[in-house]
Design a protein around this ligand. Structure first.
Ligand SMILES: [Zn+2]
Length: 258
């Protein structure tokens, strides 16, 4: 039998961590400055963020300098319609987006998934989330093994919890590793990702006829997401959208990795 003291120690060990977390002041997820609210950015980081939203291309979400109407699409979407219906990203890739993504991926700050999901939810307003299936862009199994988690799957989990959408983390598999796709021509990127993803055979039924939102952290070239969306469409998905944390825009690029 454990003594009352041992029992008390055991109890303290169990509850000690959450109490400690609660007692620590929240910090800016980008610079670490103490802030008033959990998951809030400090004023200086906040003001440096280029949040993406309207007015933008109805297809890929590329920001427009002025409003061209709700159905206006950019030149790239007109020239070569992407396999996703609607793609959006929370912010342009820059110092804050990069720090949050790197801390999340390599610093194991998995709480950042909640922060990212909270910002993503802004782009889902008015959507019937109960009918939506969230599918994360998969990692190759070697990378999953070395990192221990797929950051896109953690974001999908957090987003499913807050929006009531369903999520299917193993609908897609990465059958081949791909090199970083930046600085390659669109044709070469497309060739490199071709055949790198597949629909998991036992998930084929779950995808058929569904409205799917693909989840990814960084949208670098769009080639990876396009390959995944095309597979889901071929697998019978009624509609595929894309939602990302940050998008590399041509004029704000500074070292993103796919
Ligand atoms: Zn577009």
């Amino acid at each position: 039998m454990a003594s009352p003291l041992q029992r008390a120690r055991g109890w303290l060990r169990q509850v000690g961590t959450p109490i400690l977390d609660f007692a620590l002041p929240p910090r800016c997820p980008a610079c670490g400055e103490i802030v008033a609210e959990q998951h809030g950015f400090c004023a200086s980081c906040w003001s440096s963020i280029h949040f993406l939203g309207e007015p933008c291309c109805a297809g890929c979400g590329l920001p427009f300098a002025y409003d061209l109407g709700p159905e206006a699409r950019c030149g790239a979407c007109h020239a070569d319609a992407p396999p996703f219906e609607r793609a959006r990203a929370v912010m342009a890739y820059g110092a804050v987006a990069r720090t949050v993504a790197l801390r999340f991926k390599y610093g194991r700050r998995t709480g950042h998934a909640k922060l990212i999901a909270a910002h993503m939810a802004r782009h889902l307003a008015g959507m019937d989330m109960a009918g939506v299936l969230l599918v994360p862009v998969p990692l190759h199994r070697w990378r999953l093994w070395s990192r221990g988690f797929n950051q896109a799957a953690l974001i999908a989990d957090a987003l499913a919890r807050t929006t009531g959408a369903h999520r299917l983390n193993d609908a897609l598999v990465r059958t081949r590793r791909t090199p970083p796709l930046r600085n390659m021509s669109a044709g070469k990127r497309r060739r490199l990702v071709q055949g790198a993803f597949a629909l998991a055979p036992r998930r084929a039924e779950a995808v058929d006829g569904r409205h799917i939102i693909l989840i990814d952290d960084i949208w670098t070239t769009g080639a990876t997401a396009a390959a995944c969306a095309a597979i889901l469409r071929r697998g019978g998905a009624a509609r595929v959208d894309l939602l990302c944390w940050a998008r590399v825009l041509a004029d704000e690029e500074d070292g993103a990795a796919d």
